[in-house]
Design a protein around this ligand. Structure first.
Ligand code: ADP
Length: 344
């Protein structure tokens, strides 16, 4: 970056100092004449040396202020250049916070500027990661659709082969459609601060309905259900909450081996309605637990074709919008418990 201060700013600063000195000299002379009527006759012999001295001090003062002004204005010029870089999209620029430690405002300005570029950098990284993840998630099903469509063009295919390839195309199309749906929904939910459409409904019934909806999945794996649901009415968005249970219960089924157990309880106290969903499946290590609510994060890659890593990000957003809390407790190879608390 250019260290030379902007000349125009330096000149303005010197001109201001020059004007102040000039005006104060003239004022002093006028006041001396008004309040000492004898001044002009007495001071005739001193007047010219005083005028000479004033002119010299104005010139010397202005020159010194011009030189010092360059130093004083340097951080402002640096700041302006840094802002220009940010405007061009360079968020890696930083101001030296310790350089101007002797002027509190300048130090604060540098600190605030650095915080601002850090934030912008995070947003930029998040944006580019998001685009990379979306593109990656789209690429796999699209490549499959392309491959199976090419295979279908062969006229010598048997009926079974044709039906197998059509099924594959259909499954990948469904995957794409669910991905697009999740992305749209998550961005819509991120742009809203409250849930507008709310109604009263029975939470225990909703949980039973969800389990019924997923029956084919858990019965195929011979999973045992242990259910203990109190009768509780909730005031909220029924559709969004249904998605919370579908995502968490689907995961519990997906990550629990055959003959496993899923336990689901629903209780209420003075402040919270608490739902707990536990499984004795594969569990998660600490690193996975830290990231499960991140968009597109998939801890267990062996099931990656069955999801897109957006389920729990969506769940977290919905629970946040309800004013609730979600926690996870898990241990590798032992199982996981998701606790969802909703305000009464
Ligand atoms: P997806 O299920 O599509 O991979 P999610 O956002 O629903 O995406 O879950 C993110 C990750 O959290 C999963 O990939 C998995 O690693 C982990 N996870 C979620 N629920 C469970 C569970 N019940 N048991 C073990 N791991 C889980």
């Amino acid at each position: 970056m250019n260290d030379k201060p902007n000349l125009k700013l330096g000149l303005v600063f010197s001109f201001i100092i020059f004007s102040i000195m000039f005006v104060s000299s003239v004022l002093t002379a006028i006041l001396a004449i008004i309040f000492h009527p004898n001044f002009s006759s007495e001071a005739n012999k001193f007047l010219w040396p005083i005028i000479d001295l004033s002119i010299i001090s104005i010139i010397v003062g202005t020159t010194i202020s011009a030189i010092i002004g360059k130093k004083i204005l340097a951080p402002l010029v640096k700041f302006s250049e840094a802002i220009m870089e940010v405007g061009k999209g360079n968020f890696n620029i930083k101001l030296d916070e310790d350089k101007y430690y002797y002027v509190e405002e300048l130090q604060k300005m540098s600190q605030n500027f650095n915080i601002m570029v850090d934030e912008l950098n995070n947003i930029e990284t998040f944006r580019s990661d998001f685009i990379a993840n979306v593109s990656h998630e789209f690429k796999t099903p699209l490549a499959s659709i392309e491959g199976y469509t090419t295979l279908l063009q062969d006229n010598n295919l048997s009926k079974e082969e044709k039906s197998k390839y059509t099924d594959k195309i259909l499954n990948n199309t469904k995957r794409l459609s669910s991905l697009v749906g999740s992305i749209l929904q998550i961005s819509r939910l991120e742009n809203q601060d409250i849930i507008a459409e709310r109604s009263r409904f029975k939470l225990d019934e909703q949980l039973r309905q969800t389990l019924l909806l997923l029956e084919s999945k858990w019965s195929n794996k011979n999973i045992d259900l242990d259910i203990d649901l109190d009768s509780i009415t909730f005031h909220g968005n029924e559709e969004l909450l249904m998605q919370v249970w579908i995502n968490i219960l689907s995961n519990a089924i997906k990550f629990t081996p055959e003959n496993g157990t899923i336990r689901c309880t629903l209780k209420k106290d003075k402040n919270w309605i608490t739902t707990s969903i536990s499984d004795n499946g594969i569990g998660m290590n600490e690193d996975t637990q830290k990231h499960i609510f991140d968009k597109f994060y998939q801890g267990d890659k062996s099931h990656s074709s069955e999801g897109n890593g957006l389920g729990l990000a969506l769940v977290k957003r919905i629970v946040d919008l309800c004013g609730g809390e979600i926690d996870v407790y898990s241990e590798c190879k032992k199982g996981s418990t998701f606790i969802i608390k909703l305000p009464c």
